[in-house]
Design a binder for this molecule. Structure first.
Ligand code: BES
Ligand code: MN
Ligand code: ZN
Length: 481
């Protein structure tokens, strides 16, 4: 599934196919016959691709890169995906795409983006097929005179794509199979492999820590809850401490406020925020950014057992605030409330949470863009910059102070729903109640981009792994906000 990558001055003799990037109105490498391309009517628009035979009788794949002055890292990443898809039946690709890129495009940025795209494009989820077609693309060699910095960039791209693939696998795994204990074990195995500190809280520890939101959501389930905490410690003096929080609902049936059949169909994706945080931690462990990073992922499913939380029940969250649960399907904010309280107690320099939190955010921004909310402009700007570098799109939404009263409860400190309108914002305002006021915090509602029913420019239908690359970029460029 994951592919290996090399960089070499000369074309490897064992390669099965050569890949070339072509520009609109640009030249053609000597080894290709422009008359053949002309006869094929190949237009090198972004996303276009064709196979032909080169002058030496070898199989060649040409991918369009569009106009040279419009090509950016995202275009190179998407070209990598196209190469991986079109060369999927060939074991070893010799890629010439990094040669002759426009001057304005940084060579390291391009190399990382291409490697990411190749890895993302090679991804398939085959674990539930009885007789899968073996993926045959195993290796890509980048041909050209690349120095150590470009080699390191290719390696970064490979690590990132592998981390995204791992997160996608977790999200694609069915909710009856990826239970909170098995999710936590997968996190623990990954953490030990890349050298992170691991703490896994079981039901007893969660009770002792008074995580009333997580326990309340878990009451309807046969599966015990977990809270996974991972720590990455840089070798040198850290630039600060970053806390990552991810929603880990392994399946969201809605609880007693049960979802419809159609609404439940994709709800194995409801740990997509947790998977993104853990995927990012696996890359962070390998890429060693100059910041301490602590991850918190609360895990449970949201079921309807005979002791399930009832609408009207009141839960006490870790920070002492009480919540009237009027809709058990607004469960993500309850487990995040505990995790954000825990994260705040450790006094990090900044917090970011990722959650498939509201259908309302999907209505607002559609299937490809995450909603960004928060309490600090400078920290929000760091998220926007990381979004730009990673190509993972986010859009700022407000947290209007006067909307807070929509969460007023007649019996408790607040209720867990805010009424029919502005659902992404009232969910964000709810989370804000559980973050210490003086800690810069950002919230990404990834309900849209985490999971989809059709292929996207970066991957197949199903889990996208959205957030992994953005979080790693955020850690790599972290500055105390
Ligand atoms: N996990 C869902 C949100 C969701 C919906 C994610 C669609 C991905 C795709 C969340 O727990 C939920 O059920 N939210 C409710 C909140 C409402 C009851 C206030 C929603 O959005 O309907
Ligand atoms: Mn729900
Ligand atoms: Zn949910």
């Amino acid at each position: 599934m994951t592919i290996s990558m090399a960089v070499s001055r000369s074309r490897p003799a064992a390669a099965d196919i050569d890949a070339y990037g072509l520009f609109v109105d640009g030249g053609v490498p000597d080894v290709l016959d422009p008359d053949v391309l002309e006869a094929m009517r190949f237009e090198p628009k972004a996303g276009a691709a064709a196979q032909l035979v080169d002058r030496q009788g070898r199989l060649a794949l040409v991918v369009g890169l569009g106009s040279p002055d419009e090509l950016d890292a995202d275009g190179v990443r998407k070209a990598g995906v196209v190469v991986a898809r079109r060369a999927a039946k060939h074991g070893h690709v010799a890629s010439h795409v990094l040669q002759d890129l426009p001057e304005g495009l940084d060579a390291e940025v391009a190399a990382q983006a291409l490697a990411e795209g190749l890895g993302l494009g090679a991804y398939q989820y085959l674990q539930q097929k009885s007789d899968p077609d073996e993926p045959t693309l195993k290796k890509v060699t980048h041909v050209g005179s690349a120095g150590p910095r470009v080699k390191a960039a290719v390696e970064r791209g490979r690590v990132l794509a592998d981390a995204v693939a791992w997160a996608r696998d977790l999200v694609n795994e069915p909710g009856g199979s990826l239970t909170p204990p098995s999710f936590a074990r997968a996190a623990g195995r990954m953490a030990r492999r890349v050298g992170l500190k691991v703490k896994i809280m079981d039901a007893k520890a969660i009770e002792a820590a008074k995580l009333g939101g997580l326990l309340g959501v878990n009451r309807g389930s046969k599966q015990p809850p977990r809270l996974v905490q991972l720590t990455y410690e840089p070798a040198d003096k850290p630039r600060g401490t970053l806390a990552l929080v991810g929603k880990g609902i392994t399946f969201d049936a809605g609880g007693l406020s049960i979802k419809t059949g159609a609404g439940m169909m994709t709800m194995k994706c409801d740990m997509g925020g947790g998977a993104a945080v853990l995927g990012a931690m696996s890359a962070i462990g390998q890429l060693a950014p100059p910041v301490r990073v602590v991850a918190y992922v609360p895990m449970t499913d949201n079921m309807l057992g005979d002791d399930a939380t009832r609408p009207g029940d009141v839960l006490t969250i870790r920070n002492g605030k009480t919540v009237e649960v009027l809709n058990t399907d607004a469960e993500g904010r309850l487990i995040l409330a505990d995790a954000l309280s825990l994260a705040s107690e450790a006094e990090p320099d900044a917090i970011v949470d990722l959650a498939t939190l509201t259908g309302a955010c999907m209505v607002a921004l559609g299937p490809q863009i995450a909603g960004l909310m928060g309490n600090h402009d400078g920290w929000r700007d760091q998220l926007l910059a990381a979004s730009d570098r990673s190509g993972e799109r986010v859009w700022s939404l407000p947290l209007p102070a006067d909307y807070r009263e929509l969460l007023d409860s007649t019996v408790a400190d607040l209720k867990n729903i805010g009424g029919p309108h502005g659902g992404a914002l009232t969910a964000g305002l709810f989370l804000k109640e559980f973050v210490a006021d003086d800690i810069p915090w950002a919230h990404l509602d990834i309900a849209g981009p985490a999971f989809g029913d059709r292929e996207t420019p970066l991957g197949p239908a199903g889990a996208s792994g959205f957030g992994v690359r953005l979080l790693v970029e955020l850690a790599q460029e972290f500055a105390k906000p």
